[in-house]
Design a protein around this ligand. Structure first.
Ligand SMILES: [Zn+2]
Length: 531
């Protein structure tokens, strides 16, 4: 059965200015575009659906974490993110109230950010013990790169002062050797929140679907998970069988030192593994990104516990990173690496260059994630290697002033997440919101990459704005390509799936301020309305 959809359609397939009136869909795929009259005569028996508004390809989140987000953004976790609670006193009061109401059951809170919630206390084990006593309390940093816990939470997670540090991560200790209540980097954080993940298991089916539906309502039709938990595979398979998966999922296995690459699975168009993820450094907000330049010495960096002239270190040496990545690359997987600092980026490019040469790879599309302090020269080097970049431009929205005034100064902080430099170097760059770290607002990403202006109107002193065509591509065609899915999604063109959204304004011509508040009226996946 063919359906002809009509509206003001921006296919974004070739020239972003192209405007068509109608497109025909059969078996979930677009089979033709043209005027309403042309398609009516070409498909006389088709069903007709008039779409109320502007129509564009469904948006693609190239770097998300829907699996963990469905737990961290659920009622099982106390929401203390700076987008929810802007000030320190509110955060502390919320934690106290949560502990008081918990009846001794473990409390998990997510979203601590001392740089935005100014005046937060040092969240060491003494403070947390005082606050929560025998109630296990874990407070996850908004970046996800650290977590703070009390003694009861350590006990509940089976962590003590003798627990060895997981590879690429660590538990902090005081001079006596006792735990200081801080878990740094993914593997340590995961260990301390294990009881939460355990208790969330029974609720996951509803939580996961609810989260995916929320993404669909925001216009996202494909989401990538950069820290996928394969325990969720049976749940997704069940949804697939029922035809109840509201967005396409692309996922990345988390690398483990000494780990082995999974075999390639079915090439399912709704759900499949794309690659393997590694973390080469940490978060700018906790002081552990690997840069060639020091953090500024400011009140804010002192409050983070950073010494003057502090420089963060990478999670792995280049040789360690190479040995982790090599196994997965040899298995034929796309590699993806979290990198913020320019030194981490250089080291990761060194690793990629060696692997690409060793395996004579030509279409690997190895990825760099976030790219906060990536320089113009590094964008050029990456492009020449066929390495692709996904930028966390929304950092500017929330932390723009922090980057310049508190952490890195106008030269390094001002040019943060320089999407314009990426496009100038020839990249098919993408933008992302990184799961729960900032709200999933792809239109805001596009706008901020164009204006480089924070939520309070501060204009970043460095970096290059992108054009609207580049911004739209970053969340559509480029993202499809980055996820090896350009033969399926990313534009409205014959042969591609009819994944599209109906919005209330023209995404090509509205100004950046108006783009941010674009309203998604409807979302379609393979021609079927899902939101
Ligand atoms: Zn991420």
């Amino acid at each position: 059965m063919t359906t002809v959809f009509t509206g003001q359609v921006r296919p974004l397939a070739a020239d972003c200015e192209d405007l068509v009136e109608a497109f025909a869909v059969d078996c979930g795929r677009i089979i033709a575009l043209g005027t309403a009259a042309e398609l009516a005569s070409q498909f006389p028996d088709a069903e007709h659906i008039a779409l109320d508004g502007w129509v564009m390809p469904g948006l693609i989140e190239a770097h998300g974490h829907p699996g963990y987000s469905s737990i961290l953004l659920s009622d099982l976790v106390v929401d203390i993110r700076p987008v929810t609670i802007p000030d320190a006193s509110g955060v502390v009061a919320t934690l106290r109230a949560a502990v008081a109401a918990s009846d001794g059951k473990a409390v998990f809170a997510n979203g601590w950010d001392a740089l935005l919630q100014r005046g937060l206390p040092d969240p060491d084990i003494n403070w947390l013990d005082e606050l929560a006593g025998d109630t296990p309390l874990v407070v996850i940093h908004n970046s996800g790169h650290s977590a703070y816990f009390n003694l009861a939470a350590a006990r509940a997670a089976g962590v003590d002062s003798t627990t060895p540090d997981p590879a690429g991560a660590r538990f902090g200790h005081v001079e006596t050797g006792a735990l200081d209540g801080v878990a740094v980097e993914e593997a340590a954080v995961e260990r301390i929140v294990a009881p939460l993940l355990q208790s969330a298991q029974q609720h996951l089916p509803e939580l996961f679907v609810a989260h995916l539906r929320d993404l669909a309502s925001r216009g996202i039709t494909t989401v990538s998970d950069l820290s996928w938990n394969p325990d969720l595979n049976p749940l997704v398979q069940g949804l697939l069988t029922k035809g109840a998966l509201p967005v396409r999922l692309r996922w990345y296995e988390m690398s483990r030192p000494g780990g082995t690459a999974a075999a390639r699975g079915d090439d399912n168009e709704l759900f499949r593994q794309i690659g393997v993820k590694t973390w080469s450094d940490g978060s700018p907000w906790i002081g552990n990104i690997a840069t060639s330049f020091p953090y500024l010495d400011t009140k804010a960096t002192r409050a983070l516990g950073l010494e003057p002239h502090h420089v963060g270190t990478a999670n792995y040496t280049t040789e360690q990173l190479l040995s982790i990545a090599e196994t997965y690359a040899a298995g034929g997987w796309q590699l993806s690496c979290h990198t913020h600092g320019d030194r981490a980026i250089e080291s990761t490019l060194d690793v990629y260059e060696r692997i690409i040469a060793r395996h004579s790879l030509t279409d690997h599309r190895f990825r760099l994630e976030h790219c906060g302090a990536m320089t113009a020269a590094q964008f050029t080097r990456a492009a020449s290697l066929g390495v692709t970049v996904s930028l966390f431009v929304d950092h500017i929205t929330y932390w723009g002033e922090v980057l310049v005034d508190d952490l890195f100064g106008p030269e390094h902080g001002g040019a943060w997440a320089d999407a314009g430099a990426a496009f100038a170097a020839g990249h098919r760059a993408t933008f992302h919101n990184d799961g729960w770290v900032t709200p999933n607002e792809p239109f805001r990403n596009m706008a901020v990459a164009e204006t480089r202006t924070t939520r309070s109107g501060y204009r970043m002193p460095g970096g290059t704005p992108v054009t609207r065509a580049q911004a739209l591509a970053a969340q559509t065609t480029n993202a499809a390509w980055q996820l090896f899915s350009e033969h399926e999604v990313g534009a409205l063109a014959p042969g591609l799936f009819a994944d599209f959204i109906v919005v209330d304004r023209d995404p090509v011509t509205v100004d950046a301020a108006a783009l941010i508040t674009t309203v998604v009226r409807a979302t379609y996946l393979a021609g079927t309305r899902v939101a």
